[in-house]
Design a protein around this ligand. Structure first.
Ligand code: SF4
Ligand code: SF4
Length: 138
């Protein structure tokens, strides 16, 4: 049990408070690191790489990323010849009343991404941006 006497008390209290604040800050950092970093079976660390955006100028709408994603993070959208997005494709031969120029993949549910990186590995155009979990705001 700790006891404080005489003139030393103020100094010890300050030291304890400082230690407490440092310990709390470390605890917060460790907790935040633990949320964003995982441990593989072999003990190595893994940081999720979240898909944040697809460059619609480069994407060819091939659908490969959609096929490997288990989380419904992105969907195909129609684009007209001015680059205006017409809407999400419903999977049919939708030509958007004749205005369709091409299809592009759009990240429309970014919050569902688990950062597995599978979509980036199959993309033939390298038009996706992934951000490491420890570099992104929750
Ligand atoms: S990183 Fe994984 S979960 Fe996220 S969009 Fe790509 S395939 Fe889907
Ligand atoms: S794999 Fe790449 S090019 Fe193909 S739809 Fe997805 S983002 Fe576009």
């Amino acid at each position: 049990m700790l006891a404080f006497h005489g003139s030393c008390q103020g100094k010890s209290d300050t030291g304890l408070l400082a230690n407490f604040i440092i310990a709390k800050a470390l605890q917060r950092n460790i907790r935040s690191l633990a949320i964003r970093t995982f441990i593989r079976r072999d003990g190595s660390l893994w940081v999720p790489q979240y898909l944040t955006v697809i460059d619609g100028e480069i994407c060819i709408g091939c659908g490969r990323c959609f096929k490997v994603c288990s989380r419904e993070v992105m969907h195909l959208y129609g684009v007209d010849d001015t680059g205006e997005i017409l809407g999400a494709s419903d999977g049919s031969d939708d030509d958007f009343d004749g205005e369709l120029n091409r299809m592009v993949m759009v990240v429309d549910h970014a919050g569902r991404c688990i950062g597995c990186g599978a979509c980036g590995r199959v993309c033939p155009k390298n038009c996706q941006t992934h951000v490491a979990a420890d570099q992104i705001a929750a």
